[in-house]
Structures are given as C-alpha cells and as structure tokens.
Design a protein around this ligand. Sequence first.
Ligand code: MRU
Length: 358
Amino acid sequence: MDKKDIMSYETVELDEQENAVIILDQTKLPNEIKFLHLKNQEDMWQAIYLLQVRGAPAIGVFAAFALYLIAKDIHADTWETFYDSFHKAKEYLNSSRPTAVNLSWALNRMEKVAIENKNKPIPEMKALLLAESKKIKAEDISMCRRIGENGLTLIKDGDGILTHCNAGQLATSKYGTALAPIHLGIERGMNFRVFCDETRPLLQGARLSAFELMMDGVDTTVICDNMASQVMKNGWVNVVFVGCDRVAANGDVCNKIGTSGVAILAKHYGIPFYVLGSTSTIDMSIKSGEEIIIEQRPPEEVTDMWYKQRMVPQGVKVYNPAFDVVDHELITGIVTEYGIARPPYTESLKAIFLKHYL
Ligand code: MRU
C-alpha cells in the first residue's frame, strides 16, 4: 500500500463484489497499514471487540455494513424466518461492546428498515438494507464535516489543543469529531500545536491520533497521560477537544478512560473543555451518565500489552475500565453537526432534538 494522504484512507468500506467489510486494522497502526476483509459474523464481532475497528461512529458504520452482509446471506422463504436470523445476528453484533451508543443506534436503524418493509419481497428489503447502511456512512461523513466547521469557530491559527484518545478520521468515516476542526483548519492553511495524551492502556492517542495528525502535517506532540497537568501549567493549551461515546440528556459525557481527569485539570487551569460528537452519539433516553454501562476490559491490556515482559506482580488485582464519565458541569460546550450546545444541556440538547428529529 502506497503512503497516501490520511484523508484518502477509508476507515470502513463495504465491498459489494467481495461481500466483505474492509477496515483499516487499527491494532497494527502506526507500524503497519493493513486492511482486513471481514466476511463472517464471528470475525466481525471480534473486529469490534479487539478494536480493529474502533471509535463510536466508525463502530456504528461498520455494524451497519456487517449486518447488511449477514442479511444478504440469509436464505429464507418468509419474512418471519428471515427476521429470526436477522435479529439474532443483530443482537450478537450488539454484544461486542456495550458503551458507545452508535453501535446499537446503527443496528436499530437497520432493524427498523427490516421491520417496516416486512411486506415487501425479501430481495427488495435487502436492497433497502444496503441503501440504509450506505446512508449511515454518508451521514457520518457529512456530520463530521459540519462538526469540524462548528469546532473551527472556537480556535485560531497557532492555538495549542490538547486531545485524549483518538476521535479523528480513524474513529469515523472521515475527518473525525474532535480532530475534524484541526483537519479542516489544515485544509485552509492554518496550523495548530496539538498535544496527544498517549491514552493508556491501548494508546489510541500515541498510536492513532499522532499518526493521523502527523500524516496531515500537524505540529504534534505526544505526552503521557500524567503530563497533561504540566503541559497546561506551561500555558501551552488554549483549548481541550475530545470525542464522546455516549452523551446523556443532562450533558454528562462518556468517553475514553482518562477524559474526566483531563476535564478536571482543564477546569483547574481555566481552559475551555469542548466535547465534539454527532447527534448519533447523544442518547436522549438516559437522564445522566450514571445510567451508562462502562465496558471493563481484560487485565492483560494493563499488565502485559506493549511490554516485552509482564510489568506488574503476578496475582495483583487490576481494574481496567475502558471509559469514564465527565460531569456536565465541567464541559464548556458540546459541538454537534447542528451547532454548539451550551449549559444548561438539559435544555440545549433537547432543543437540538426537538428541532431536528421530531
Ligand atoms: O475504545 P475506543 O478506542 O473505541 O474509544 C474511542 C473513544 O473514546 C473516542 O473518543 C470516541 O469513540 C469518539 S470517536 C469520534
């Protein structure tokens, strides 16, 4: 694979001829650019669980394509028999990771198409499922671009931006959310100094954000997670931009573990803390972050991964939550494709949903 511009890489793609979902394997970055061609349910489930595809919006797009391919392969004479297999596959994919709402959001959209078109011939319904999966991806690209435009109004040329995890092109279909304003700014000849928290334990900041920002020519510095306070104290950070996996109706934001610590630091140093995410990541059915299920991951990610040998004593207890919740009171604004929601979020998020979804 030739080295190309990060913007021309497809994070998630459907190959209709090959009946495969093609993903850029994020577990191999930054050392290897490898694409996986996934064709069966088990591999698709594993791809989400192992974070070969990751980032809330990318997981949603991937799940939609995956469910379409599974549906395409169901041979049934009646809708009921089709739906039985379809629903099982949907639930199976949905069990791969619990926290990012985009997974169930995309799968529910696909299921709605199957149910609403139950009286149509099965091939026709499958064509509608294909169209819906493509629509989910196209919408993701357009939402991210608009988030980028809205986020760009918050920064100026030369600003220092701190980000946590990877909420960039690699986590979406294009541009990203937290990194979208940076990519758009670069397109327009601006530059920024971006500090990427390495993001223990899976290093999405060091491996992925740094990779995509460097490829886009951004002035990028990787810091260990425990260095953020020092970098802020030095006066190098004008703003914090992070993504989100699920936003509650009161504005509590669930994102990669460590995000809440960054928000607390930003408040201490008087630095604006913005969350950037599409409305597909806002879950108006939950009142607060307390209702969010936090994924717990295997201890080896903390004890062994990336090290030549185990780095903690045998038998020690390990706590490895993949996400945490940022209290809404620490958040300066939530940047969506429909504009920037400001506190009180119970009202501003509701207003966005009333205007665009009802
Ligand atoms: O465990 P990951 O890598 O899937 O976690 C990703 C994040 O926490 C991102 O910040 C979030 O999904 C937003 S991506 C636009």
